[in-house]
Design a protein around this ligand. Structure first.
Ligand SMILES: NC(=O)c1ccc[n+]([C@@H]2O[C@H](COP(=O)([O-])OP(=O)(O)OC[C@H]3O[C@@H](n4cnc5c(N)ncnc54)[C@H](OP(=O)(O)O)[C@@H]3O)[C@@H](O)[C@H]2O)c1
Length: 316
């Protein structure tokens, strides 16, 4: 699997280009998602704390200036790793966090969307990241545990975050796991600078929302860019159980394109996202320095029209 391209030097995250978030934060489109830094099941401390710290530091060395996190990763573990690794933060670093869920001892992720829960979560993020103000807070809509479904209004929780923004604790707001109607509703309450929904080479349900965000100058941050859930599990209609699937990352179309570029299927999946739309921002997650380097190197892969046509056959 290639970690570098061309002359063998490290590829900088800047090879993917930049995006202006909210008009005042410039992020490189190849970012880093920190969820995998916690222990197995996004629970507890990492197996190897030194490696977790090294992953975060290496991301910045390779030009990443956008980290996606949450205080419910661990819970209360991942933000501490980020802080210990790189605080005080470099001036151009943008940390994007999310609120709206909590963890239970059973390692579930029920909703925590009541205003008081959201206020507490924002303060927890500030404390554990060591910040006076958070660059971006995404309201993550969660249905489990008495939360909000796709047809519900998000007025109450988004208004609570808008008030914290007015108080100066948050610079910009985003929304996550939302429908187009919920996105539109949020925008009537306060400016929205990003949407973070599941989207990858085989999960393209949000094409229309992606296009809408592009037209409005709003970032679309794809979660599960490598499709860890999408590609390996599905929920059969009417069932909650997760059924393992063969991962389309093993799919021949990805492999063919990967071979052509001397890259891995993972790198092609990330490169595809970066080619999809100029407002598409990648936050691949990893607990490994080697995987991080490979993922960032994907910023330099230039897909051809032929590659893109072949990858279109992967659409679910
Ligand atoms: N808003 C939301 O609701 C939401 C939901 C989920 C995630 N997120 C955010 O999105 C980010 C990305 O999601 P994710 O981490 O769940 O999924 P992902 O980026 O799609 O995939 C991560 C998985 O792929 C593996 N991996 C990564 N790079 C690899 C490589 N080059 N070669 C082989 N395996 C590789 C990782 O294992 P290793 O650790 O072994 O590399 C990990 O198991 C998260 O970190 C989080 O910040 C947001």
């Amino acid at each position: 699997m290639a970690t570098t391209f061309g002359d063998g030097t490290d590829v900088h995250a800047g090879a993917a280009g930049e995006f202006s978030l909210g008009g005042d934060l410039t992020i490189r489109r190849m970012g880093y998602g920190a969820m995998q830094l916690a222990g197995p099941g996004v629970w507890g401390p990492p197996r190897d704390r030194e490696t977790a710290l090294a992953v975060v530091r290496r991301a910045l060395e390779l030009g990443v200036n956008h980290i996606d996190t949450s205080d419910y990763y661990g819970p209360h573990v991942v933000n501490g790793i980020i802080k210990d690794a790189i605080h005080p933060y470099q001036d151009d670093l943008v940390i994007v966090t999310k609120v709206g869920a909590r963890r239970t001892p059973e390692k579930d992720w029920p909703a925590a969307l009541k205003p008081a829960e959201l206020v507490q979560a924002v303060h927890d993020n500030l404390d554990h990241l060591g910040l006076d103000r958070i660059d971006v807070v995404n309201l993550r809509i969660v249905e489990e545990g008495g939360g909000l479904g796709p047809n519900d209004s998000i007025e109450e929780p988004f208004t609570a975050l808008a008030e914290l923004r007015e108080q100066g604790l948050i610079r910009h707001l985003g929304v996550s796991n939302v429908t187009a109607a919920q996105f539109a509703e949020a925008r009537t309450i306060a400016p929205v600078v990003c949407v973070q929904n599941e989207y990858n080479v085989v999960q393209r349900d949000d094409e229309e929302l992606l296009r809408l965000c592009a037209a409005e100058g709003i970032a679309f941050m794809s979660f599960f860019p490598l499709g860890t859930y999408t590609l390996r599990h599905e929920k059969p209609a009417g069932q909650d159980a997760k059924v393992p699937l063969a991962t389309p990352l093993d799919n021949r179309a990805l492999d063919v394109v990967a071979e052509r570029h001397g890259a891995s299927a993972y790198q092609i999946a990330l490169a595809w996202l970066l080619h999809r739309s100029p407002n598409l921002v990648c936050i691949p997650g990893t607990s490994s320095v080697a995987h991080l380097e490979q993922n960032i190197a994907a910023a330099a892969v230039r897909l051809t029209a032929e590659d893109l046509a072949e990858l279109d056959t992967l659409q679910a």
